[in-house]
Ligand binder design. Structure first.
Ligand code: CA
Length: 428
């Protein structure tokens, strides 16, 4: 199935602002509510939200085998279940429909009116019903930095880290789309130098700069996914802010790992950019030494060159960019993560979400969390308004952005942006 949707020379009859993350070569998938309160699956070109349910009703997907209500649903799970062949046929058809040389929809004003909305006039939803959420820990720089601070600078990486993609099972119930504010969590912490824990609001709320991939139904229980087939089961990627409470984490994580410090909120960008759209931005990942075991060995390029950025915007003030990282720094590839995840026969479903783990680069300005940027609070980060941050303050908005670019195109994710609110208080 050729990826004609990726043709870098194609132009759309829809306006695409310069430096937009959403040229006609992107064609991401999401779910939105229109002004008339209709929930639909959609895509985006420039600042236009396109209603795929309306397009399907108007027969623009004729010839592609789809169930009648495929795009009139409130999640992408069924579409993702249909598999890569269907994703490609649909992206290719959308590319053709909005091609500058195709007048079919362009010249039909009545159809355009029910299909195309201004992005400002729709409300983005969570694009998939996330059954299971797994979070990896696959940036060597991040794992090393955290190991140095939490444990032992001499032996920062634990002995298993270079042999397998370390991960844990999170919760999907508190994953929210961009724009939804998040409350500072309450919990137990052990103050420095004390022997008894105390209870109260976390004092060390942090972001984690991550990307996450969304899977299709990849296997049956007991079946493993070979590393070289893993990408067939990856629908696409989103930006992911995996909010964390470092003081709660430090006290609770022994011996079973992350729990309440991690599951109070994770925020994701609303448009799933397909792995197909990212094809031109493949690159080689870091050299792996020692060589991984056979079931994790892979040939070719399986990392993706995605520039990532984090900004903090205090209440009533301008934003400050605090980190510039890149998805290509990940030591373990998504294919290796998925192959490892299923090596024991664990079942993967359509709409499962796999977080990369915090993506830190090699230099201090590319670290993916405040824990690392302020080095455990020792070196506060200066913001443009003159204030300083060791961690995130109430009222701060954390914004993450990501895009790929080469000489001809730019494919982006938009942003995931969420504000930290004071602890939740139930009004009586
Ligand atoms: Ca995480």
């Amino acid at each position: 199935m050729p990826l004609i949707a990726n043709n870098p020379n194609r132009k759309s009859w829809l306006n695409v602002p310069k430096d937009s993350d959403f040229p006609i070569q992107n064609i991401p998938f999401g779910v939105f509510i229109t002004k008339d309160d209709v929930v639909t699956i959609g895509t985006r070109i420039g600042d236009n939200a396109i209603d795929l349910g309306a397009l399907q009703q108007l027969n623009y997907f004729e010839g592609i085998e789809l169930t009648d209500d495929m795009f009139m649903q409130d999640t992408l799970n069924d579409f993702i279940s249909d598999g890569k062949k269907t994703w490609r046929l649909v992206r290719n058809r959308i590319a053709e429909l909005f091609d500058i040389n195709n007048a079919k929809l362009k010249d039909n004003e009545a159809h355009r009116e029910v299909v195309i909305f201004n992005i400002e006039d729709v409300e983005m939803q969570l694009p998939v019903l996330i059954g299971d959420y797994t979070d990896f820990y696959s940036s060597k720089e991040h794992a090393t930095n955290v190991g140095m601070m939490f444990r032992d600078p001499e032996n920062a990486l634990l002995p298993n880290w270079l042999h397998l993609p370390v991960g844990y099972h999170g919760r999907s119930s508190t994953i929210v789309p961009s724009g939804i504010p998040v409350h500072r969590p309450l919990g137990q912490t052990l103050p420095n130098g004390e022997s008894k824990p105390v209870f109260g609001p976390s004092k060390l709320v942090d972001f984690e700069l991550e990307m996450a991939f969304i899977t299709t139904d990849a296997n049956v229980m007991g079946e493993t996914i070979p590393v070289e087939e893993a990408e067939e089961h990856i629908f696409g990627l989103v930006l992911f802010n995996d909010w964390s409470a470092r003081d709660i984490q430090k006290w609770e994580y022994v011996p079973l790992g992350p729990f309440l410090a991690k599951n109070f909120a994770s925020s994701m960008s609303p448009w799933i950019v397909t792995l197909d759209a990212l094809e031109p931005f493949r690159t080689k990942g870091p050299e792996q030494d020692p060589q991984p075991m056979e079931y994790l060995q892979q040939q070719g390029e399986h990392a993706f060159d995605i520039k990532l950025q984090v900004a903090i915007e205090p209440e009533d003030s301008e934003e400050t960019i605090v980190s510039n990282s890149n998805f290509k720094y990940m030591y373990w590839s998504m294919s290796q993560q998925l192959a490892h995840h299923t090596i024991n026969g664990c079942r993967i479903n359509s709409g499962d979400l796999m977080g990369s783990g915090t993506i830190s680069g090699p230099t201090p300005d590319s670290f993916g969390s405040m824990l690392e940027l302020s080095w455990g609070g020792k070196n506060p980060v200066k913001l443009n308004d003159g204030s300083e941050r060791k961690f995130i303050n109430d009222g701060d908005t954390v914004i993450m952005r990501g895009h790929c670019e080469n000489d001809t195109i730019r494919i982006g994710f938009g942003e995931v942006c969420s504000k930290l609110l004071p602890p939740f208080i139930k009004h009586k």
